[in-house]
Ligand binder design. Structure first.
Ligand code: F6R
Length: 261
């Protein structure tokens, strides 16, 4: 795992965006795994700037969102289908028919979840998966105790997740109780995992995921099983890391030949 500690949230977005842009320049039809929430906003903003500057194009790229709420209509402004369309598809110029979001409104959700997992495989798998992390250590909506082998499925949101996401709704009562999320096993099949975190509220979860024991109690620790996981954090989110000086000096002195992406 590579851990990159940067001074500001803007830098986190810029460095993570540069990695995605490099993947898409090399493979214009790359499959990007898309997270929602606040954490990746800086990435999408920086990618938009790169698209407008002609540095990269997502016209041929594919996208698969990590998760979707169950119980709100498609056109709700906070459905992840709406968020992905607003924050990613339109600003980055993806073709909308190449970007997929789990169908949280399916009559038989378990079937839709299986189909979503299959669709990712049929698209050739995710090349780079963008991830945020919840204060409880979740990635996607894989709440604590999610199996490392889990596939796309229905989950019950943890109370802390509903509280954290209440800021996007009128009240906590409006936050859905269930979701459809890519599983940890699904996420681990991506070619590269790119997790970003900013702010002191994430410090505990980042330290537990990066340096703690491998445990389904901290779903983010699944990154330790991946051969190409990159964690990009600002100073505040890095505050509880024990080996921060090692990560800093490794990044600052990284020779060109050590760059794999
Ligand atoms: C969203 C997702 C979640 C968020 C996490 C952090 O698609 O999968 O895991 O990344 O809840 O949310 P923010 O970024 O809003 O702090």
């Amino acid at each position: 795992m590579e851990v990159i500690i940067l001074p500001t949230p803007d830098e986190v977005g810029r460095v993570a965006a540069a990695k995605i842009a490099a993947v898409v320049r090399k493979k214009p039809s790359a499959v990007i795994g898309l997270a929602t929430g606040s954490s990746p906003r800086g990435i999408y903003a920086d990618l938009r700037r790169r698209v407008e500057a002609g540095e990269v194009s997502f016209a041929e790229a594919h996208g698969f969102a990590l998760d979707e709420y169950i119980g709100i209509p498609l056109e709700h402004p906070e459905s992840y289908a709406s968020v992905i369309d607003r924050d990613v598809v339109k600003p980055l110029g993806f073709a909308s028919d190449r970007v997929h979001v789990p169908n949280g409104r399916a009559a038989i959700p378990a079937v839709a979840a299986n189909e979503y997992d299959t669709a990712i495989r049929l698209a050739g798998g995710v090349d780079v998966q963008v991830l945020g992390i919840g204060t409880n250590g979740h990635i996607g909506f894989n709440e604590p105790t999610s199996s490392f082998a889990s596939r796309t499925r229905i989950k019950t949101l943890a109370p802390s997740t509903r509280e954290a996401n209440a800021r996007f709704f009128d009240s906590i009562d409006d936050v859905p109780t269930h979701c459809m999320t890519q599983g940890l096993g699904t996420i681990l099949e991506a070619g590269m995992l790119l997790l970003v975190a900013q702010g002191s509220l994430k410090a505990d979860a980042v330290a537990a995921a990066v340096e703690g024991p491998l445990s389904s109690f901290v779903p983010g620790s699944a990154l330790q099983l991946h051969e190409h996981a990159i964690v990009v954090v600002d100073e505040a989110a890095a505050a509880d890391l024990q080996l921060s000086s090692y990560y800093r000096s490794t990044y600052e002195n990284k020779p060109e030949w050590q760059h794999v992406a």
